[in-house]
Design a protein around this ligand. Structure first.
Ligand code: ATP
Ligand code: MG
Length: 380
């Protein structure tokens, strides 16, 4: 396993590429933090190209359903690209984290397997990248206790993503895991000493907390050396894709277009997507978030700019926009769906991928926990 450098890259000059703006919705309260993160992501892209071996990635997705287009363009596409550039990658399936907004993790085994299927179908290669489940790595979970001591209750209380998730939760009361799962995410990332996290916009506050935990741990226990890196967020061109109801596309909100949906279901979902009363199609994420998110989706699939897609549709209206999006999405996903069907024939292979990934991650997390114990003088 290669050693990950713990220094934060800081020398390159920020030169932001032309990335489309994220649609402005109540799901996107922190637009200032967003633009800084986008500028930083552009710098990181240059550094990755120069020296991919300097980075180690950790990202993941809750096993609460099948992966959707928001995941794909928000983070999955980046993961595959990074893997193919030679960046070492850990992909976590955080099964405990399912319990933040529900009492029981329904269909857990099925959803975990479906995630692995989606990963393989999009091109994550278990020979190069490690896929693992949260509950299978005890050393990771042990980091949670010291990390909890490094954050204040008010820091946990003011996390905007947690607030949004509470607002959309079906729970009558909020459980303790909901407030503390960002600390658990810090343990996920830091147990692997990852220094790069390709994420959607909703994860930025969690990444900030992870950086805080790493910094405070190093200050308090590091004795002059950095035990942990300060991981950075890598945003894509679509850090917040909206669902068919105009809010963040989410597995658990019934507004998502799954990668595994068939072409007809995809067409139906897109036909039912919320738009607005204005006939002429424009790309204006702030004033017209729903229409712009559809335009962006077509643009990403066609590899055109959103402005060009909007111009080409012009006064043909929302129905024409939806036809364009449907065709573009179905064409883009066809090879992924075909690969998925192939992999789905061999369930035993999916279990093997997980078993091997869990074993590899346990070795890495055990080594990190040993360092943490040494730093905290817990030698018994
Ligand atoms: P759930 O509703 O169960 O929370 P989710 O759809 O929000 O599911 P997560 O597993 O919470 O998915 O998120 C996994 C990763 O995908 C995160 O990095 C997150 O930022 C990214 N992501 C999720 N939804 C979107 C979206 N609509 N646009 C861009 N990125 C997204
Ligand atoms: Mg989520």
């Amino acid at each position: 396993m290669s050693t990950v450098q713990t220094t934060t890259p800081s020398t390159a000059t920020p030169e932001a590429p032309e990335t489309p703006e994220a649609p402005g919705t109540p799901d996107a309260p922190d637009t200032l933090g967003m633009s800084a993160a986008q500028a930083r992501s552009a710098v990181l892209e240059e550094l990755i190209l120069k020296d991919p071996g300097r980075f180690r990635v950790l990202t993941g997705d809750r096993p609460t359903g099948r992966l959707h287009l928001g995941h794909y363009f928000g983070t999955l596409h980046n993961r595959v690209r990074l893997q193919n550039l030679g960046v070492e990658m850990f992909v976590i399936i955080p099964d405990y984290q399912v319990l933040t907004d529900r009492d029981v993790a329904d269909n857990l085994t099925e959803y975990v397997e479906e995630l692995v299927l989606d990963y393989l179908a999009i091109g994550i290669d278990p020979a190069r990248s490690t896929i693992f489940t949260h509950s299978a790595v005890p050393a990771l979970n042990q980091l949670m206790l010291p990390f909890l001591s490094l954050v204040s209750v008010s820091e946990l209380n003011r996390n905007p993503t947690v607030k949004d998730e509470i607002a959309h939760s079906r729970q009558s009361s909020v459980n303790g895991l909901m407030f503390t799962y960002p600390v658990h995410q810090a343990a996920d990332i830091l147990s692997c000493k990852a220094n790069l996290v390709p994420v959607g916009q909703d994860q930025l506050p969690h990444l900030e907390l992870t950086r805080t935990v790493a910094r405070r741990f190093n200050d308090r226990y590091g004795d002059g050396t950095a035990v942990f890196p300060q991981p950075e967020a890598l945003l894509s061109n679509a850090p917040l894709l909206l669902g068919t109801d105009g809010t963040k596309m989410s597995k658990s909100r019934g507004n998502a277009i799954a990668l595994s949906a068939d072409a007809d279901a995809t067409a139906r979902l897109i036909r039912g997507a919320k738009t607005d009363a204005e006939r002429h199609i424009t790309y204006d994420p702030v004033a017209r978030p729903e229409v712009s998110s559809l335009v962006l989706l077509a643009a990403l699939c066609l590899d055109h700019s959103p402005l060009r897609v909007a111009e080409e549709i012009g006064s043909a209206g929302a129905a024409a926009l939806k036809r364009t999006v449907t065709e573009a999405v179905n064409e883009y996903l066809a090879p992924i769906r075909a690969r998925r069907a192939e992999y789905a024939r061999d369930r035993a292979h999916l279990r093997k991928v997980l078993r091997e990934g869990n074993e590899r991650t346990r070795a890495v997390a055990d080594a990190t926990l040993a360092e943490v114990r040494a730093a905290m003088n817990s030698h018994y």
